[in-house]
Design a protein around this ligand. Sequence first.
Ligand code: ADP
Ligand code: MG
Length: 318
Amino acid sequence: MGEFELIQKHFLPLARSVSNGSLVMGPGDDCAIQRIPAGRDLVFSIDTMVEGIHFPESYPPEYLGWRALAAATSDLAAMGAEPACFTLALTLPEADDHWLTGFARGLANASHTFRLALAGGDTTRGPLSLSIQVHGTVAEGCGLRRSGARAGDLICVSGTLGDAGAALDYLEEVKPTDDMARVLERYHHPRPRLELGESLFGLATSAIDISDGLMADLGHILEASGAGATIDPTLIPLSPALSRLKGTSAVDYALNAGDDYELCVTIPEALWQGASEAIRNQLTVIGTVNQDAGLHIKDSPGPTDSPGAGFDHFRSKA
Ligand code: ADP
Ligand code: MG
């Protein structure tokens, strides 16, 4: 199977199956064409996943297709953007039809679920890796940034944290228990908080998606905002499965492990009180933004060593 056959068989049908009005021209020409509605800003981001670094070797291709698009789309959710389309740069060691069928199926499911149309891409031969660039739009000037947190704002997170990180301990499990299967599902099929993100304009002063862990990602908000924070670890929402699997260390997964793709946002208290039930139901208050620098964990001494450090490809962890 040649490069063009491969694209035609696996990716063009996918591209034709989701159209959401924003794509004037999809794959097949030198460039794709996206129309930006008047009064909207284009919001875009690219994410790369490399085998052995961002996903294990021999990772099921269907999971990879979903996860790669979900992870990239989560950045749109964190900006409050409405999804539009994406491009895919795929590097493959060989044109393995079985692998490509699975990968395209996972990608198609995510593409439908997140309403993101495949606009084009690039296909090359080499060690397995993929880059996905996602495009979305927000009302002009309304993109949610990391930099707006102010002292007194409440810190809120969506969903439950730590499951995907704990799942890494069970990827090799031949017979996972029900609880292991629950956290593994969070790792394999993350669900970016697109609707929540879009509903936070006018409410959230800052937002980020939790890809590297709560401490690291909240650290990014604090750094960008020139603020500090105190969080109460007993308030962090944990899934029953994670609590059963990890006992008292569940909260460490919630604080430090990544891959959950939940949102962390700051909201002024008065706005939080007036927020709709639908929004309040999706968020849990875990702390408050302070003036003093540093990220403090309630009832633990001093600020944490390195808030905002997170995963760094070019720095070895202490
Ligand atoms: P060019 O040489 O002009 O860069 P390519 O030969 O790389 O074009 O690609 C031809 C067409 O196929 C382009 O429209 C491109 O967007 C599309 N394409 C290539 N790879 C993929 C892919 N993995 N998924 C979707 N479209 C792709
Ligand atoms: Mg060309």
